[in-house]
Design a protein around this ligand. Structure first.
Ligand SMILES: Cc1cc2nc3c(=O)[nH]c(=O)nc-3n(C[C@H](O)[C@H](O)[C@H](O)COP(=O)(O)O)c2cc1C
Ligand code: SF4
Ligand code: SF4
Length: 264
């Protein structure tokens, strides 16, 4: 028996956390499936399916919503949901449960992990949370993994697993998900400092919405852009900038502290 985690990770925090989950689950081998790079259906043979993403404007990123919506309907296949967040998750986990349940999965558990911030406007304002998760948060994450492991064992033993009760807390529950139009407007036009750009194509490769063409410098299609900041974060030259943010707040990959905690 095998399990799978389907993940979307802009800067690698979620991917690292998924690897950590996979490493610490004893009762089953877990494969990781990057929904951006391997955008096909995962195979039916998996006993349990995990869904993992980062929080994007208090919700599930558009790309991941679409991935779930396009899955074939399931018949109570056990699933779990997981998200990372930099400051506050909002309704991410609840939305997640709704989306996955609507596809016919039986959501047996879910968890949100506090991680360093990857949203440049927040980092530029000094809200990088570079030491997240703290000891208590890491402890809760480990408990979640142990409970998940036990639930997987119960599934293997043919026991019936109850639907999870996901409690996101009062503060998260009152935060509305922000619209994609607002996210796009917030980021605004993107510009390229031509004196810095080395035409390496990393921005195009990192754009999950195929909104960048190279000519030979990047050209942005604003209709396709979802304001995810991946191009800004990943440009090795810090050549991409917006009206409000230039040369600040980049988070291209999990920081050293997170790598040490999660064994990257
Ligand atoms: C476009 C964008 C929007 C974000 N929105 C939120 C948010 O609403 N709340 C929050 O706590 N963190 C938010 N974050 C931070 C990320 O959720 C967090 O840093 C996460 O761990 C990044 O995971 P990743 O490295 O797997 O992409 C946002 C990050 C980005 C890039
Ligand atoms: S990632 Fe940066 S340096 Fe590379 S092509 Fe894009 S803008 Fe230019
Ligand atoms: S152009 Fe940049 S901000 Fe827009 S969707 Fe692509 S990577 Fe994200």
């Amino acid at each position: 028996m095998r399990g799978i985690i389907c993940y979307y990770s802009g800067s690698g925090n979620t991917k690292l956390a998924c690897r950590y989950i996979a490493k610490n689950i004893r009762n089953i081998e877990i494969d990781l499936f990057n929904v951006v790079k391997d955008n096909t259906q995962f195979r039916e043979r998996y006993t349990v399916v995990g869904f993992a993403t980062f929080t994007d404007f208090f919700g599930v990123p558009y790309l991941f919503e679409k991935f779930i919506e396009n899955l074939t309907p399931q018949n109570h296949k056990p699933a779990f949901v997981f998200n990372t967040y930099g400051i506050i998750s909002g309704k991410t986990l609840k939305t997640f449960v709704g989306l996955v349940t609507a596809k016919g999965f039986n959501v047996i558990t879910g968890h949100s992990l506090h991680t360093p911030e990857s949203f440049p406007p927040m980092i530029a304002r000094g809200l990088s949370n570079k030491n997240a998760p703290n000891e208590k948060e890491l402890g809760k994450f480990n408990n979640f993994i142990s409970e998940l492991d036990q639930s997987i064992k119960d599934v293997q033993d043919g026991k019936e697993i109850k639907k999870a009760k996901i409690n996101i807390g009062f503060l998260n529950s009152i935060l509305p998900k922000r619209s994609r139009t607002k996210a796009r407007e917030d980021m605004g036009e993107k510009y390229v400092d031509e004196s810095l750009c080395i035409e390496c194509g990393t921005c195009k490769e990192s754009c999950p919405y195929a909104a960048i063409e190279l000519n030979p410098k990047p050209v942005f299609d604003m209709d396709k852009c979802y304001g995810c900041w991946a191009c800004y974060n990943h440009c090795p030259q810090k050549a991409i900038y917006t009206k409000k943010f230039r040369g600040v707040g980049h988070y291209p990959k999990p920081n050293k502290q997170l790598q040490e905690k999660l064994g990257g």
